[in-house]
Design a protein around this ligand. Structure first.
Ligand code: ADP
Ligand code: MG
Length: 709
């Protein structure tokens, strides 16, 4: 009785609405919810400061120099006035200490600040500095009366929290949030914030307790205490995310029911022995074995296949689908664009034409009559391999017995679309998800940690690295001459224009201008040019694409609709216009359209003369390496995880403290620790693991991880 009373009482402090705290009015409460998603007291404790100010350290104005980013200054307000009009309206004030004078300026909340500033009073200000013509200015400083500061006598290290303009207008600046957090921490003890890691981990890594870590991250006794707290809380974030993902994976391994492919039959054997156009690479063989093992296990396979551009993922998919057919199951291969679906269809049809197996293509532009026939065939089970765009997952598409689903270039699909595949059979089909561009291991672990994971880190033999160069605009005609040389050798070329938004008129105008320009260098009838862009309908795209595939046209002008997957081995030059506008993974994808045969290939990155530092960095990396894994690591470093394609909606990378770039080693350690628990005590019933279970239950519903992929 007593115990349960305590639990409910303690639960109520942290789960109380934020208005429970002194100084939080309904208006402020609303604002905290809206602006920072802080709903209850627990959320507030997990809203961490972004820095601490050493309150014992006050800078003198004379000591400031252009390299000083932030400063804290104590002085007397000598003068203030509102100047300018309308959008130029601002409040300026001058603060003076014994060594000099500094200008403070506000562009927002002018009236409110003006009211609180009194000439002749002493203030402590803190903020970012800017220097202009020898003058120092501090815009929107945090500010408090100096007397109050002296009387406060709080911690040496005062936390500063990220705040917003809206919150500041309600008096909740980065410092004020600290005041309410401080108030809350006075009422919370270890029983409200119990330990959540097993003793063994705490010992191994010499962690602070959970409670101490939360306290010290806000109000550290010293810089060292802060670092300890930070280390512990970062580990928690990484560890619990790995534990959750691992539990999903292990539950699927243990409980899911999967279709059993227990034989390799005639279709596979016939194809493998008589029609395989090349020997498989070691990596292809290994991955095929992994898939064989999964699909024979009686559990559902949910596997992510990572392989660099051109590593031969399609062949792995085809061989797997043949095994499915050998076991009496249908397969589906879903591609992100019509061009790609069509290409897969053509290639697969061609390579298995002598086998007794029925392959069909279904896309948005399939004709009504044809569509009806395909739907009927899918339902009756007479089509064994269905290739298409997301048209294949529409509700109308019913399978007799779908056993294997391949999602090509997964980053183009949303989670919901992948989920739809699962529902296409009573026992969900095995799912193989193939990536367009490799992603770094740390990202794979966090964003797709619930999937099984294969890597193809080997290219088919005989591939030569693609020679990549960066050229400025003014070298355009030399670039065109180079294409002429290659075309004279019987090769083909791509010229790609950026398409930032599907609907952007400007981008299309650029493309058309580009097309005319290319045409002026390559006049008919000596040369023929194909063009493909997103505004064409499926049939138009296909005709243009096919003319290029067949070699009827020597040059393909297009937008990034040809970005992924397109395979024309005779093409040897890739020119990327306005290359500075593309991200690294896109550049790498585009470049991967050449170098698919055994001849030497080239990639030319054309840019204007003025490009940003970031763009320059990207181009340098492209010139330096052909290795997709290396490029993805760099991409992660430059852009951070939030922007990496395909992970944006995953919600899994929103760590508050940890960074999968800087804290790689800790992530590996957290993963190892989580794996150990999952292997030895997956139900977390051992005494020392009970707290893990409690904590996970308490956090339930907080994280939306990707159950399906
Ligand atoms: P991606 O992994 O980028 O999807 P593809 O599956 O399109 O790559 O394969 C790229 C090219 O390599 C294709 O022309 C394919 O026929 C060829 N290929 C695949 N596997 C091998 C292999 N083991 N040996 C030689 N060529 C191969
Ligand atoms: Mg591919």
């Amino acid at each position: 009785m007593y115990k349960s009373f305590i639990i409910s009482a303690t639960a109520s402090i942290l789960s109380s609405p934020i208005e429970y705290l002194q100084g939080v009015s309904t208006i402020r409460g609303d604002m905290l919810r809206k602006e920072l998603s802080i709903f209850n007291c627990r959320d507030l404790l997990h809203y961490y400061p972004f820095r601490h100010v050493d309150k014992t350290k006050v800078d003198t104005i004379a000591s400031l120099h252009p390299q000083t980013e932030y400063a804290q200054i104590a002085g007397t307000l000598i003068h203030k006035e509102i100047i300018g009009e309308k959008r130029g309206k601002r409040l300026v004030a001058y603060l003076k200490d014994e060594t000099g004078e500094i200008e403070l300026v506000w562009f927002q909340g002018i009236n409110w600040v003006n009211k609180s500033l009194v000439e002749g009073h002493a203030y402590l200000v803190f903020g970012r500095l800017s220097f202009f013509m020898g003058k120092v200015q501090m815009a929107h400083p945090e500010l408090e009366a100096y007397a109050a500061h002296k009387a406060g006598g709080k911690a040496f290290l005062e936390p500063i929290y990220p705040s917003t303009e809206m919150l500041k207008a309600k008096g909740l600046n980065g410092r004020a949030i600290g005041k309410i957090t401080y108030d809350l921490l006075q009422r919370v003890g270890p029983q409200e914030l119990p330990e959540n890691l097993p003793e063994s981990l705490i010992k191994k890594y010499k962690f602070l307790s959970h409670f101490d870590a939360i306290r010290q991250i806000h109000f550290p006794a010293s810089e060292k205490h802060y670092q300890h707290a930070l280390r512990r809380l970062k580990f928690e974030e990484l560890f619990f995310s790995q534990l959750r993902l691992g539990l999903i994976r292990s539950a699927r391994h243990r409980y899911s029911k999967g279709l059993v492919f227990d034989q390799v039959g005639a279709l596979f054997n016939d194809y493998y022995s008589h029609h395989l156009p090349f020997t498989l690479t070691g990596a292809q063989k290994r991955v095929l074995k992994e898939i064989r093992k999964d699909t024979g296990s009686g559990k559902q396979m949910n596997r992510l296949l990572q392989g660099d551009v051109g590593s031969g993922k399609t062949m792995v998919a085809l061989l797997s689908m043949l095994i499915a057919a050998d076991n009496g199951y249908q397969s589906v291969l879903m591609a992100p664009t019509e061009i790609l679906a069509q290409q897969h269809y053509n290639n697969i049809l061609e390579s298995i034409k002598s086998l007794p197996i029925c392959v069909k293509l279904l896309t948005g532009s399939s004709k009504t009559k044809e569509r009806r026939e395909i739907l009927k065939a899918a339902e009756e089970g007479t089509v064994q391999i269905l290739i298409g765009t997301h048209a294949v997952i529409e509700d109308k598409v019913i399978f007799k017995n779908l056993g294997f689903a391949v999602v090509d270039e997964q980053h183009k699909f949303g989670v919901a679309q992948r989920a739809a595949l699962w529902k296409k059979n009573k026992v969900p089909p095995h799912v193989l998800v193939m990536t367009a561009t490799p992603i770094p291991r740390t990202l794979a672990l966090t964003a797709y940690g619930d999937l099984d994971y294969s890597v193809m880190d080997e290219l088919p033999p005989g591939r030569q690295p693609i020679h990549t160069v960066h050229r400025f605009e003014n070298k355009r005609s030399a670039v065109m001459d180079f294409i002429k040389e290659q075309v004279a050798l019987g090769r083909q070329a791509y010229v790609i224009y950026p398409l930032i938004e599907e609907s952007s008129k400007l981008d299309y105008e650029n493309l058309m201008k580009g097309y005319e320009e290319v045409k002026s260098f390559f006049p008919e009838p000596k040369y023929w040019i194909s063009m493909v862009h997103g505004k064409m309908d499926g049939a138009q795209k296909e005709t243009n694409m096919q003319r290029f595939v067949k070699g009827d046209t020597q040059i393909m002008v297009g937008t990034t609709v040809i970005e992924v997957g397109v395979n024309v081995p005779n093409a040897s030059v890739m020119v990327i216009e306005s290359a500075e506008k593309f991200g690294l993974s896109q550049l790498h994808q585009l470049r991967g359209r050449v170098g698919r045969g055994s001849e030497k290939s080239f990639c030319i990155l054309l840019t204007g003369n003025k490009i940003s530092m970031d763009a320059r960095e990207r181009l340098k990396i492209m010139v330096a390496t052909n290795d997709g894994f290396k490029i993805s690591e760099k991409d992660l470093e430059i852009r951070g995880p939030g922007d990496i394609e395909g992970t944006r909606q995953s919600g899994l990378l929103n760590f508050k403290l940890a960074s999968i770039v800087q804290d790689r080693l800790m992530l590996e350690a957290a993963r190892e620790a989580a794996e150990l628990i999952i292997e030895t005590d997956p139900e977390m019933n051992m005494a020392e693991n009970l707290l893990l279970k409690n904590y996970l239950n308490q956090q339930k519903g907080k994280t939306a991880w990707s159950k399906i992929s």
